[in-house]
Structures are given as structure tokens and as C-alpha cells.
Design a binder for this molecule. Structure first.
Ligand SMILES: Nc1ncnc2c1ncn2[C@@H]1O[C@H](COP(=O)(O)OP(=O)(O)OP(=O)(O)O)[C@@H](O)[C@H]1O
Length: 742
């Protein structure tokens, strides 16, 4: 009956299969890929993408299905894809995992998480205050705050084997620099330690002059275990060197060239041994000596900012060591934020509201980055050995422009050598004279460091013929969810939404477990490929967070997906802001329409309050003290969300079971402390009830979107009246520094 439903695929046929699956999922975590596969594949543990047999069987099965579906011409062929790399589903291609948490996901007894919405309809629709409070306060969630819950998971143990955990003093140091490695932080010159470095002025995106240290005297730095001399090509870094460190002695693991994907022998079958000779590098990279030098210098500058961070991290870690040896509690709790020695330090973001648009990058954030080396940085497994040079973008054939965002233009391209189709995100360097955009540095660094099936994979960084252009080479994804839904006649089915939400939650859990807030989760930043895989992209606004909370800008997250605490001006926020966005996304996936589409912050809050009820001090302690609360908002005592998502509908409204509604409510809980966490959401009953989550392999496929359609369509529907004008300006201002990719 639903033969041509936005993909021409018969939903019921597979739903029946899915309902027969034996799903006894007892909690997902990053290490439970098999379980994840099991549930997303309907509990059939034989269907594991990583297994060739399974793939063969799957492809046979799918061929059979395809044959039957052929007339619709839209059933996805997953078997034909090689499933290489991280796109190989959850069970394959994960690469080296640094996220090997020793913290186990809490096992849950069946039935423990039963839906609490019960007869929500009555309570909510009648506007019962009691019922309203029950829903809006997220009573179902345990009272522990997400931060507390996160803090419980000290990152110390994340990357360590049990044997390593035994040595606490070693761990403390390791944590400071290994599991908390650096983002390439541009530091204000006054903070640059006097270690024989000179500074090069670089301006950040906010036109503020910053200075990056350039090493002129490696021997001085070599006093520290993070000696910069070790970054010279003839030196090797990484595990080997770390292993030689005497036990008990502080050591600072540094850039692990041997684990770099650009390092010799790693991912480059043609490279024999490490390339130490600059000329050889240039020859191999086919770059002119001049260009090669410029790439090197440029990249070296980025690398050095990392190094500087290591140096400072080490200083701080020693400081922290000292402090802890003096008066450390014996609890063993260890929080990354404490590394800084700034536990009681609180910066106040003095900047005012500057924009309501998404993608705003605040001074506060920049300053945070400049000053706060205490934050838990990204582990270094995938730190790029930039000394080895980058490939030129000329090695790619431009196919078409996919989209253009605030920070970059995205092209579809083909690797001339391998024929692989990739997405190239060109970093916008409009303000090149002001320095390399910090947002892009963050994005590159995070994406190169993180490796997860639900996070878009950045394969490498390449340079344009002019060094002003830098490109991230990403796996190509056929769609973004925003553009996709705009072209769909009907919204996703519940089982499809479950499949997408599970993948999304896995990705967000991975980020949060690794102390990163995405801060811009929205449907246009969720990519979907024709293998049913969802991946989060656009980490331009992502940042690390730590304990204790620090004030950040509240001007993050596109308006429609922005959490109420941000809209109300809080500057201390955490993972819960991403969870709110997930609630908005879940609702949008179910209904194909944005849930709260305000044009201004006020209107956005107004829309939220009209649907969820106006919060108060009872349901959200601390609410009345939020900066923007003085504004006279609508007083609505009813939560009308259930009306939008009824259990049954004859009017075409998207339906949602009690359990699904419970999850939605918990994601859209006002009080961020009570809002559900990614881990809890992954364990929610909704994912275990019928209809079960659709297997990725059985997700429908969609025709590829036309180049540029994505952005133009979005702009036409944008709530921002200036969006179209901005688009035209962007088009005009496009500078051609990337050759055919200009
Ligand atoms: N790997 C990819 N494969 C295919 N399309 C992609 C890929 N990465 C990004 N895109 C497309 O490009 C768009 C813009 O990418 P991205 O969000 O990373 O850029 P941005 O400049 O940071 O955007 P924004 O203005 O939303 O901040 C995405 O919405 C998506 O449609």
C-alpha cells in the first residue's frame, strides 16, 4: 500500500519482519556495537556488516527484495557498497577506538523503563497542572543532573587499560595530556610562556590580533618532555617513545606521528618507511618546493599551537599534581576541569547579544579557547602529521557544488587516484588576513580526532593551489535530513525514526562521553547516505566542556533547535542543550515539520511555551533567575505536545506511542538537569517496542539531490529575512583560491 512512500518502498513488509526480531537490548554503549547491530538488524546476530558471510547473505536477501521492489526503482543496494572505513556500519571500520570506556552502561531490567506517560492524553489535554508538571519537569528522569552523571565518568579511565589505571599518579599526568589532548589553540600572546619562542601575529575570526608561537629554539623546549625537537622529521614520536618513559616519571605523550594517517606506512600502501626528507615529501606530494614550504609553514603553525598547548597542559598538570598531592580528596574522582587549577575561577562573558542567527561564534568562546587549556581536549590518535604535507586539491576532480554553509563550501568530488567519491569542504578564508578561522580549526581537529559510525569521517586535509584554501576531505553522504524531508511526501515512519534516532543518539553519546558539545545539532547537520547511515556533521560550533561549568556564549544552536535555557540567556550549560535539539529533531522527523520555528528569540520561546506550557520555579528550579526571564511571556499552563503527537490519529497527525511520547517529553524537559541524557535515551523503552527500529539496510533510499538545491531550498524557507540577501552576498564574495574548487 505504501509502495511509493518517499522512496517507493513497502513499509509494512519489513515492519513485519522487524516485529519478529528477538530484541533483548540491555543498553547501548559505545562498546556495544554488536548489540547495536543486533537491534538495528533486528536482533539477527548473523547479519553483521563486518562479516563477509553475513554481507553475502544480506546481499542475497536484498537482491531478492530489490527484484521485487525494482519497479519503484528506489530500494537501496547496500550490498554493492564496500562498507569500507567507518561507513561500514556499526560493526566494521571503526578504526582505532580511543573511546574504550571502562565505564559500563548500566544494565536495565526489562520493564524498568516502562512508559510513564500512561494516560497522558487526559492529563495534558485537560490542562491539569499536576499532570503538566509531571510531564514538563521530566519526573521520569532521575534527579541527578546530566553533569553529575557525566562527572561520574572520569575521562581518566576512558583511554586506559586496567593495568594503567592502577598507577594514579601516572594517570593524572596522562589524563592531562593524553586523554585530554589539545585543540589547536591560538593563545593570546601574554600567555605564551617564555620558552624561547617568538610569536607570529595571527588574527582570529573576530579581527582580534592573536599571536601564535613559532619555535626558534627547540633545545630550550626540549627541556620538557614535549621537546619540539621531537617534532623534527628525523624524530619519531608516539607509543614507542612513550613506552620508553621510566615508570612513575611524568611523561607527556605527544603527537603520535606513527599513528597519523599521513605517517609513513599508515594508510599509504605505497610509502615505505617514514619520509624524512623534505624534497622527497614534495616529490611524493607533487607540490612545488615553494608551495610545499608554505604548506609546511602553515601547518607547522597549527601544529605548534598544539605543541604549545601540550607545554602549557604539562605545566598545568604539574601544578594540578602538586595541588592534588597536597590536598586531594581520596575519592578518586577526577574532573578534567580541575586540571587547570581554576576550580573556583569563573570568567564572565562580557559581550552582549550580537546576533540571533546560527553559526554565531562568540568572543567568549575564542577567549575560552585562548585561556582555558584546562578543558578536556581531544585524544590524539588521529593527530595529523602535518609535516608530511598535504595532498593538493588538484588530485580531485570537481563534480558539483553540494552546498554552502556559513563556514564552508561543500563540493562533491572524485579522487583521481582511487576514483572514490568524496565531499570536499572548503574552509572559508574570507578573512584570511585575520588568520585561519578558529571554527574551522576546531572542526578539523575534532573531526580528525573522532571516529565513530555516526560522525562524518574526515579522511584528510588538502590544500588548494593557493595556500589560502584548505579543504577537508570527507566521506560523501547523499543527503542531509533537512533537504531530504523537504522532498518527502510523508514523514518517516516510526521504525525509520527509531533507526535514525538510535544512530543519532549513539553519535551524541560518543561526543558527550568525550566531553564535546556539538552545539549546532539540526536536521541540516545530519547526513544520511544510501546505506541508511546517519552521520553528524558541522562541528564548527562544537567545543569541549569540562567541570566545573564555565560561562559560554548562549548564542549557539540554530534558533529552532535552541534549548530554552540558552534562549533565556544562561551562560552555563552543558550536554543538555544537545539533548533538547535532539527532541526537536525527533519531533521533526516524525512530523516532517520543525517543532518550534520562531523567527526571533522571543518568538521561539513563545512557541515553546505555547506548546509545552510556560515553565515556573516549581518545575524548573532556577528558572526565575535566568537573565531573560523578566520578559513578559505568554502564561500557558497546559502541555499540548500530545495533541501534536497523538497515540492514534485520523487526521494525518504523526502518531506516537505512549513510550515514544515519553521519550520526546524527556528530551524536551525544561529543566536541563532533569533532561534525559543520550545514554538514558538509548536505553529507552521506545526502541524496544514494536514497531522495532528499522534496520539501516532496510531504510528506504532517495534520489540524490541536485547540486545547490540543499542550500537554496533552505534559504527560501529560512526564518531569517536577510538570508537571501546574505546568500547573494556570499555568492558575489566567493573568492577563487581553490582552482576549480574556487
Ligand atoms: N560529507 C558530506 N557529504 C555530503 N554533503 C555534505 C557533507 N558535509 C556537509 N554536507 C552538506 O553541506 C552542508 C553544509 O555543511 P556544513 O554544515 O558542514 O557547513 P557549514 O558552513 O558549517 O554550515 P552551517 O552554515 O550550517 O554552519 C550540509 O548541510 C550538507 O548538506
Amino acid at each position: 500500500m505504501a509502495a511509493s512512500r518517499h522512496g517507493g518502498y513497502r513499509d509494512n513488509e519489513f515492519r513485519d519482519r522487524e516485529s519478529n526480531f528477538d530484541v533483548s537490548r540491555r543498553g547501548f554503549n559505545n562498546n556495544s556495537k554488536q548489540e547495536y547491530d543486533k537491534i538495528t538488524n533486528g536482533g539477527r546476530d548473523v547479519v553483521r556488516v563486518g562479516s563477509k558471510d553475513a554481507r553475502d547473505r544480506l546481499s542475497l536477501k536484498q537482491k531478492d527484495i530489490r527484484d521485487r521492489e525494482a519497479p519503484n526503482g528506489s530500494y537501496r543496494s547496500s550490498s554493492s557498497k564496500s562498507d569500507s572505513g567507518s561507513s561500514g556500519g556499526c560493526s566494521s571500520g571503526l578504526g582505532p577506538r580511543r573511546c574504550e570506556f571502562s565505564v559500563k552502561t548500566m544494565d536495565r531490567e526489562p520493564g524498568e523503563l516502562s512508559s510513564e506517560s500512561g494516560s497522558d492524553d487526559d492529563g495534558i489535554e485537560s490542562g491539569s497542572q499536576e499532570k503538566y508538571c509531571e510531564v514538563a519537569t521530566g519526573e521520569g528522569n532521575r534527579a541527578r543532573s546530566p553533569l553529575e552523571r557525566k562527572r561520574k565518568f572520569s575521562p581518566i579511565v576512558w583511554n586506559q587499560d586496567d593495568s594503567e589505571v592502577n598507577n594514579l599518579s601516572k594517570l593524572r599526568v596522562v589524563t592531562a595530556v593524553t586523554t585530554l589532548p589539545p585543540l589547536p589553540i591560538v593563545r593570546l600572546s601574554p600567555n605564551v610562556p617564555d620558552r624561547g619562542v617568538e610569536t607570529h601575529p595571527v588574527k582570529n575570526t573576530e579581527a582580534e590580533i592573536l599571536e601564535l608561537p613559532t619555535v626558534t629554539n627547540p633545545p630550550l623546549l626540549s627541556e620538557s618532555p614535549v621537546g619540539l625537537h621531537s617534532l623534527l622529521p628525523e624524530q619519531r614520536w608516539g607509543n614507542e617513545q612513550e613506552a620508553k618513559q621510566p615508570e612513575g616519571e611524568d611523561f607527556i605523550p605527544t603527537h603520535n606521528i606513527s599513528s597519523s594517517r599521513w605517517a609513513s606506512g599508515d594508510n599509504s600502501p605505497g610509502d615505505e618507511g617514514e619520509i624524512n626528507d623534505d624534497k622527497e615529501i614534495l616529490k611524493r606530494r607533487k607540490l612545488s618546493p615553494e608551495l610545499g614550504m608554505r604548506v609546511r609553514n602553515k601547518m607547522l603553525r597549527l601544529e605548534e599551537s598544539n605543541i604549545e598547548d601540550f607545554v602549557e597542559a604539562r605545566a598545568k598538570s604539574s601544578e594540578s599534581e602538586e595541588r592534588s598531592s597536597r590536598g586531594r580528596s581520596s575519592s578518586g574522582d577526577y574532573h578534567p576541569g580541575n586540571l587547570s587549577g581554576k576550580d573556583d575561577y569563573m570568567e564572565i562573558d562580557g559581550q552582549g547579544s550580537r546576533s540571533e542567527t546560527s553559526g554565531y561564534h562568540s568572543d567568549t568562546d575564542l577567549e575560552d579557547d585562548c585561556r582555558e587549556t584546562s578543558e578536556p581536549p581531544v585524544p590524539p590518535q588521529r593527530v595529523v602529521n602535518m609535516l608530511q604535507g598535504c595532498r593538493s586539491v588538484d588530485e580531485f576532480e570537481r563534480l558539483n557544488k553540494i552546498d554552502e554553509g556559513t563556514y564552508g563550501v561543500v563540493f562533491r568530488a572524485k579522487d583521481k587516484k582511487t576514483g572514490e567519491i568524496v565531499a570536499l569542504k572548503k574552509v572559508k578564508m574570507e578573512k584570511e588576513k585575520e588568520g585561519f578561522p578558529l571554527t574551522s580549526l576546531r572542526e578539523i581537529n575534532i573531526l580528525l580526532s573522532f571516529h565513530h559510525p555516526s560522525i562524518v569521517d574526515v579522511k584528510e586535509v588538502v590544500v588548494g593551489s593557493n595556500l589560502d584554501s584548505i579543504f577537508m576531505v570527507m566521506e560523501y553522504m547523499e543527503h542531509d535530513l533537512k533537504g531530504l524531508m523537504e522532498g518527502m511526501k510523508q514523514p518517516f515512519s516510526q521504525s525509520e525514526v527509531k533507526c535514525l534516532m538510535l544512530q543519532l543518539l549513539e553519535g551524541v553519546k560518543y561526543l558527550h562521553d568525550n566531553w564535546v558539545l556539538h552545539r549546532d545539532l539540526k536536521t541540516s547537520n545530519l547526513l544520511l547516505n544510501n546505506r541508511g547511515e546517519l552521520k553528524i556533521c558541522d562541528f564548527g560550533l562544537a567545543r569541549q566542556y569540562g567541570s566545573p561549568l564555565k560561562p559560554y556564549t548562549h548564542l549557539v544552536v540554530t534558533l529552532w533547535y535552541r534549548a530554552p535555557e540558552l534562549l533565556l540567556g544562561t551562560k552555563q550549560y552543558s550536554t543538555a542543550i544537545d539533548m533538547w535539539s535532539l527532541g526537536c529533531i525527533m519531533a521533526e522527523l516524525l512530523s516532517k515539520e520543525p517543532l518550534f520555528n520562531g523567527k526571533t528569540e522571543f518568538e521561539q520561546l513563545d512557541k515553546i511555551f505555547r506548546i509545552l506550557g510556560t515553565p515556573n520555579e516549581t518545575i524548573w528550579p532556577g528558572f526565575s533567575e535566568l537573565p531573560q526571564v523578566k520578559v513578559n511571556f505568554v502564561k500557558n499552563k497546559c502541555n499540548l505536545l500530545r495533541k501534536k503527537f497523538p497515540a492514534t490519529s485520523f487526521t494525518g497527525s504523526p502518531v506516537l506511542s505512549d513510550s515514544g511520547f515519553d521519550l520526546l517529553n524527556k528530551l524536551l524537559t525544561y529543566d536541563p538537569e532533569k533532561r534525559i541524557t543520550a545514554e538514558e535515551a538509548l536505553n529507552h523503552e521506545w526502541f524496544r517496542e514494536v514497531p522495532l527500529p528499522k534496520s539501516k539496510e532496510f531504510m528506504p533510499t532517495f534520489p540524490a539531490q541536485h547540486a545547490q538545491d540543499r542550500r537554496m531550498r533552505r534559504i527560501l524557507k529560512s526564518p531569517d529575512p536577510l538570508a537571501e540577501q546574505h546568500w547573494k552576498e556570499m555568492q558575489q564574495g566567493e573568492s577563487g583560491t581553490g582552482g576549480i574548487f574556487g
